[in-house]
Design a protein around this ligand. Structure first.
Ligand code: TYM
Length: 345
């Protein structure tokens, strides 16, 4: 008798989670609370297959210094690992180490209307008033669709500012399947869905729009505690709270939003009451928030100090090889249905 088990159906495919981040400067609280913390949770839960990518090819769409970029890539890899995006448990890699991203982006451009790209708010924000706007900045969302679709990812944990790009990726998957895959055939691409954290939009310290590296209104996740506090203590709150006796509006206050991510429920309730009843000033409220940040960030800082690029280089190579294995398979299908090439796949 044999003990082999014969499955009449293939086992259900695990969901594949994919996300990316640009190496354009220090990792900030918005990145962490909007995305990277969710990435760690996904990695730790271990229920889905996860892939995370440092998207260096996206970072070249605005003027940049090559030496700085190389350093930023290394730094960001270390930051992510310190945050718990552990290359032993997930696939962590650098985008340009897997050339298929760029190849697929070109092919997907053939099914992406220019009108859709010109409606992207990130393109308008980053391009407005600039002397030089690269073609790459315009076609940026096509490369982002390629990043996701290359791995047939179905879940994409991102902050709110990326939802419009995700919608385009979904539309691109539909357009590609419609154009190149017959109704009775298996679709090449799946429609990816955004997964938002409980705090998908962290505002900048100046209260002028979202926290963003390009606006210089950030607090770095690995910033030393004294400069962290200095910045937090001056952060914009409810503009109607001029005096201690003015009742505050937590629902419109960025500090309360961060309490929702960082503080236990009892503390959030306490903050709410003390703010709306004008019992606490904003500095007292920020102090409690700072303490809770410290509790979470001290172990991350310690881990970060122990890491060095040399120690993780091998892991990045392994991550790229793992990613490439999937990418090559997808590209075979893509070239086949698009009628490309003359040498077979
Ligand atoms: P990037 O590098 O600007 O940001 C990385 C992640 O951080 C989130 N984020 C925020 N969340 C909340 N509040 C904020 N103030 C805040 N600032 C940033 C972003 O939403 C993002 O999730 N285009 C992407 C990178 C990318 C990508 C991808 C993402 C390229 N290819 C494929 C997902 C899948 C970007 O510029 O993120």
């Amino acid at each position: 008798m044999t003990s082999d088990v014969i499955l009449d159906k293939p086992p259900a495919r695990l969901a594949r989670v994919f996300s990316g981040i640009q190496p354009t400067g220090e990792l900030h609280l918005g990145n962490y609370l909007g995305a990277v913390r969710t990435w760690r949770e996904q990695v730790e839960a271990g229920t889905d297959e996860t892939m995370f990518c440092v998207v260096d090819a996206h970072a070249i769409t605005v003027p940049y210094d090559p030496k700085e970029l190389r350093k930023n890539i290394d730094d960001l890899v270390l930051d992510l690992i310190a945050c718990g995006v552990d290359p032993e448990k997930t696939t962590l890699f650098v985008q340009s180490d897997v050339r298929e991203h760029m190849e697929l982006a070109w092919y997907l451009a053939s099914v992406t209307p220019m009108g859709d790209l010109s409606r992207m708010t990130q393109f308008k924000d980053k391009g407005e008033g600039k002397d030089f706007v690269s073609t790459g900045l315009f076609t940026y969302p096509v490369l982002m669709s390629a990043d996701i679709l290359l791995y047939k990812a179905t879940i994409v944990p991102v902050g709110e500012d990326q939802v419009q790009h995700l919608e385009l990726a979904r539309e691109t998957a539909r357009r590609f399947n419609h154009r190149f895959v017959g109704k009775k055939q298996k679709p090449v691409f799946f429609e990816p869905k955004a997964r938002l954290s409980a705090t998908p939009r962290i505002m900048g310290l100046d209260g002028e729009g979202k926290m963003s590296k390009s606006k210089g209104n950030t607090i770095g996740l690995f910033e030393a505690p004294d400069s962290f506090w200095k910045k937090l203590s001056k952060a914009y709150t409810d503009p109607q709270r001029l005096k201690l006796s003015d009742p505050g509006r937590p629902e419109i206050c960025n500090i309360f939003t961060m309490h929702k991510a960082m503080s236990p429920k009892e503390t959030q309730d306490e903050v709410y009451v003390n703010c709306t009843e004008a019992k606490w000033g904003c500095v007292a409220c920020k102090k409690v928030l700072f303490e809770n940040f410290e509790k979470e960030l001290i172990p991350l800082r310690t881990k970060r100090e122990q890491l060095s690029v040399d120690k993780v280089r091998q892991a990045m190579g392994d991550g790229a090889s793992k990613a490439r294995r999937i990418a090559v398979e997808t590209m075979k299908e893509v070239r086949e249905v698009m009628g490309l090439g003359s040498l077979g796949t």
